[in-house]
Ligand binder design. Sequence first.
Ligand code: FMN
Length: 402
Amino acid sequence: MSRQEIRGTVRSTPRSLASPRVINIHDLRHLAQGRLPKVVFDYLDGGAESEVTLRENCRVFDDVTFRPRQAVAIPECDLRTRVLSADLAFPAILAPIGYSRLMHPGGEVAAAAAAEEAGLAYTLSTISGHKLENVRAASKGPVWYQLYLVGGREVAEGAIDRARRAGFSALVVTIDTPVAGMRERDPRNGMKELLGGSIFSKLPFLPQMFTHPRWLVSFLIDGGTPKLENIVIPGKGPMSLIDVTAALARAVVTWEDIRWLKRIWTGAIVVKGVLTADDAKRAVDEGAAAIVVSNHGGRQLDGAPATLRVLPEVVAAVNGQVEVLMDGGVRRGSDIVKAICLGARAVLLGRAYAFGLAAAGKAGVTRALEILRDDVERTLRLLGCPSVSALNSSYLNIPKHW
Ligand SMILES: Cc1cc2nc3c(=O)[nH]c(=O)nc-3n(C[C@H](O)[C@H](O)[C@H](O)COP(=O)(O)O)c2cc1C
């Protein structure tokens, strides 16, 4: 009998998501690919230009190997972490994923609910199809709001005010999107035409919808293309769904914007998209409570370094003044453990949970988080380490040239 069975906390995983069909995140990716039309799957899966950074984010974890302490008994393994004064069941937070409602009707509401059940925090993207109040209501756990300046400061002020009243505890400001990266799969698949074009411009791209009837039916029952419920244009209402290139065309965030946000948002500000020691120090000076070492999952500047590779530089620069989080390429619990050993307080999960959402809604996110949690515990036990808080670089072989 497993420990979960003894405690009576067994969750019933649908057969389609249980072992042996789904053993790791890659299996969820495969299910997502089967359910989604190519345009939606590639939007989720793809990266910018040659996708070098996308691949490097994942590959670089292989450069770091473990130094286990053998013959150590660990009766209780403590996976808990505190991030911005919130307790997390293990060191992971769900990253903002735009257009989640296109992946599954449950979208952001389903992901937030699954995060709470797993004891984790959820970050809602500005590019979201569910109202932020409904997302907040779906979780009693910590929920953060990610801000893009789509529509300008006045529109952002409206969303920030709603987020404050709803009880979002942190504002995540993404600084790596002065324009959208060139995600080459999107124009090839007709992302722009399908989201906003005329019926004639859509025609060449429609067959992929009909070959994925399960997704198409759920999309139509959900009312078709959702509005961007949290980008409300004064006097006009929620913005219509537009493709990411159009959304980010005039949404650059500068350090001056961070100063303005500090004046209007009294909660924690998390600066997401830091890749150098200099920007990390700047974020600290501007009053960030935490930073996220991130290259946007390889979707913005192709050729940007893998995030795990720059994590030590940023951790050293910040010198404990603020919490350092990282994201990019995390697909296994052992990746999470490596990031913690290199100084991250926690990781943000991006595609790892979004593949689950796309495959099966909330149950898919739950399965993704369960896999990663179990991975983290197993890795700690195999390392001979009793708790996440005891992890450090002595558990790793780090390449000499790093
Ligand atoms: C489909 C998709 C949509 C995303 N949308 C946003 C977004 O709206 N805002 C944001 O700050 N980051 C966004 N990101 C970046 C993620 O928050 C995160 O940085 C990235 O996914 C981490 O890499 P990973 O997917 O390899 O884990 C998106 C990523 C993906 C894959």
